[in-house]
Design a protein around this ligand. Structure first.
Ligand code: HSE
Length: 297
């Protein structure tokens, strides 16, 4: 039986004002191996609670087969993931992307990447993590007539990303439940204008512009009460000159800088302002999107 391993990068969504639209791929990976069998489902490499048919890689695998009108047979799925779970670094999106791509590769690549994005977006509800997971780099997406449309943006090569990953998790549904259903015109204008500037600042490598532009009025202020010591850490990062935002729905906090000493600077001061344990993960932009890592007959 054919076996295929799909590698998907981590992603950070929103990038401040680009709520549900902007995303960037980062160099942590989820590798998922799919091997077709005669019958049944076997999932290994993850906690017991994720080994059932509601596993996102399997749900997405099944959805892609259904879209191709392909018969669902048995499958063994093995997950090896470096992406922290439920921390705002795209662990769920990575499984969805891997599942759809795995099914597609095993059945002769009938679907395009756009087709796979359509399938996974229908499950996720917003394409901001999915798009960079498929395409790599920095992307902005919109959903028009129910279908995601994605464009890629250039990124200055000098950016360093420092993710502050706490020892507590935050579910995306909870982080979305605290958001208001309606926003004011002033807040909408604020985010549209700041969002455009974020994309330009990331392209130019303009840290000052990025720091100013990477502010938001649609989600971060509502979510920060769910994230221990958010304000204190934001204030500390601001003193270093780095740009700062929530990574996706959180709770990971993301600093974007060109200062190679940022980690050292924060490591000295962070323990004094927070009781939670924040792991500092220096990351780079990943320009390669999801792809076949290994394929064996
Ligand atoms: N844009 C999403 C949010 C990302 O902020 O809720 C997490 O899925």
């Amino acid at each position: 039986m054919k076996r295929v391993t799909i590698r998907v990068p981590a992603t950070t969504a929103n990038l401040g004002p680009g709520f549900d639209a902007f995303g960037c791929a980062l160099n942590l990976y989820t590798d998922v191996t799919f091997e077709e069998t005669e019958y049944g489902l076997e999932i290994t490499g993850c906690d017991e609670e994720f080994t059932g048919p509601d596993n996102l890689a399997y749900v997405s695998y099944c959805a892609a087969l259904a879209t191709m009108s392909e018969e669902l047979r048995g499958v063994k799925i093995h997950i090896e993931s470096q992406i922290p779970i439920c921390r705002g670094l795209g662990s769920s999106a990575a499984l969805l992307v891997a599942g759809a791509m795995g099914a597609n590769v095993l059945r002769g690549n009938k679907l395009s990447t756009q087709g796979l994005l359509n399938i996974t977006n229908a499950m996720e509800g917003h394409p901001d993590n999915l798009a960079p997971a498929f395409y790599g780099g920095l992307t902005a997406s919109m959903v028009d007539n129910g279908l995601p449309v994605t464009v890629s943006f250039p990124l200055h090569p000098d950016w360093e990303f420092l993710a502050l990953v706490p020892d507590f998790n935050l579910s995306t549904p909870l982080a979305r439940s605290v958001l208001p259903k309606e926003v004011s015109r002033a807040d909408a204008i604020y985010n549209i204008s700041h969002g455009a500037m974020v994309l330009k600042a990331l392209e130019l490598g303009d840290e000052k512009l990025l720091r100013t532009a990477m502010q938001d009025r649609l989600h971060q202020n509502y979510r920060k009460s769910l994230i221990q010591d958010y304000d204190a850490i934001a204030a500390l990062v601001r003193t270093t000159g780095a740009a700062f935002c929530l990574s996706g729905a959180g709770p990971t906090l993301l600093c974007i800088t060109q200062d190679e000493k940022l980690e050292e600077k924060l490591a000295k001061k962070l323990p004094a302002i927070t009781k939670a344990n924040w792991q500092m993960l220096p990351l780079h932009i990943e320009f390669q999107g999801a792809h076949v890592l290994r394929s064996e007959e």
